[in-house]
Design a protein around this ligand. Structure first.
Ligand code: AHR
Length: 391
């Protein structure tokens, strides 16, 4: 306990409490972080070089070939509260964390699957505290309601690293660091692609959009839904016909789509699925109802927009079923071991860090998008790019 107290005090003294979203430690390469797929110039966009972004691995003495921090000291016990197994993305995320926190790398990982219930995450945190773990990693199902559990961890002197989604707490000393995605930017990139696509095709007709949202209250839902609402507000001919949660799962995506077909039928031009699994369900429902899926919306196609860029999602993007798939990076294992390396080594750690993300389409109409004065690359998808990906 004495050892932990000493360590916590030193950790707190080195953490910069400001929320500047840059990168992890100063002595670790942080190529996973803070790129946003943003480009320096338009030429790079048009060259359309293959971009596997977060698969780039850092070079650092304490990283192994897979970019995983190799701890050479005592075993570090880490409790990981994962949301569940709702999507292909989630499985890839779990796999990345479990593969990084191995006994071989010096970790004892206690993994807990909360099965989509916040109460189970509270319970897991309490159990980790009872087990006196060295660190807690929390992927929070929703943003609100965390004060009590996080305070208990803080009072027990256990640093909590929040991953992927965010917690919304007034006192940010309740967690040590956050590493995750800019979900609003993901949504804004999807909408900017649609805007650029419609402009280049000179499509000015009414556009009816359905939003199959993620789990309500989850950061990934909040950001992506808000970006769509904002884009609809700035386009006179875009109408958000309906928004309903598909909970990030295929079956619910299908159910919501069936309902929307009944209600809005051929008014639907675009289905904005907030993850790939929902897209799989929506595609099934549309196909079964006799709709044609594709980008020729002027001739009756229904266009699918999706998020995550999982392998199956990208295969559907390559054949044009999904028009554009904006990546959500699940490969948190190496980023998290680097975060813990910073804390173990008392090196400077940014309080909040974003991971690298790309955007893929097989359609060659749009090579880049502009958002708030920044240019973002659209990677034109090929089988080679899919084959190079690690999940
Ligand atoms: O929080 C990340 C989101 O959660 C992913 O987009 C989704 O697939 C997952 O379930």
């Amino acid at each position: 306990m004495q050892k932990r107290l000493g360590r916590i005090i030193s950790i707190l003294s080195i953490i910069n409490i400001q929320s500047i979203c840059i990168c992890g430690c100063t002595d670790q390469n942080s190529s996973y972080l803070q790129d946003y797929g943003q480009m320096v110039n338009e030429t790079e966009a048009d060259s359309n070089a293959s971009d596997t972004s977060f698969n780039d691995v850092a070079e650092s003495e304490s990283l192994d070939e897979a970019g995983i921090y190799v701890n050479t000291g005592d075993t570090i016990t880490v409790g990981f509260s994962q949301i569940g197994a709702e999507s292909d993305w989630r499985l890839a995320c779990t796999n990345s964390v479990v593969s990084a926190f191995t006994a071989e790398n010096g970790y004892n990982l206690i993994y807990d699957d909360a099965q989509q219930k916040q109460e189970n995450q509270f319970k897991a945190i309490r159990e980790f505290i009872d087990q006196d773990v060295d660190y807690i990693i929390l992927d929070p199902i929703v943003e609100t309601g965390w004060e009590g559990a996080l305070l208990e961890a803080k009072e027990a002197g256990i640093p909590v690293i929040i991953v992927d989604r965010r917690v919304s707490v007034e006192d940010d000393s309740l967690y040590t660091a956050w590493v995750g995605a800019d979900f609003y930017l993901e949504g804004a990139r999807a909408c900017a692609w649609l805007d650029a696509f419609l402009s280049k095709k000179n499509i000015e007709s009414e556009i009816g959009i359905i939003d199959i949202q993620g789990t309500l209250g989850a950061s990934a839902q909040i950001g992506r839904s808000k970006a769509l609402e904002d884009a609809v507000d700035t386009h006179d001919n875009w109408t958000l016909l309906a928004a309903e949660s598909g909970d990030f799962v295929k079956a619910k995506g299908r159910e919501v789509m069936e309902q929307m077909i009944e209600e809005y039928g051929y008014k639907i031009d675009i289905v904005y699925c907030e993850n790939d699994n929902e897209a799989y369900g929506a595609i099934e429902a549309l196909t079964d109802a006799g709709y044609k899926i594709g980008s020729d919306i002027e001739n009756g196609d229904v266009m699918i927009i999706s998020f995550d860029s999982t392998r199956e999602g990208l295969e559907l993007t390559l054949d044009g079923t999904i028009a554009v798939d904006t990546e959500c990076n699940p490969l948190y294992g190496p980023v998290l071991t680097q975060t813990i390396a910073c804390l173990e080594n008392n090196t400077y750690l940014q309080k909040e860090s974003y991971v690298l993300e790309s955007q893929f389409s097989a359609d060659r109409t749009v090579y880049s998008t502009r958002i708030d004065g920044n240019t973002y690359k659209v990677t034109i998808l090929s089988q080679d790019i899919i084959d190079q990906r690690v999940y």
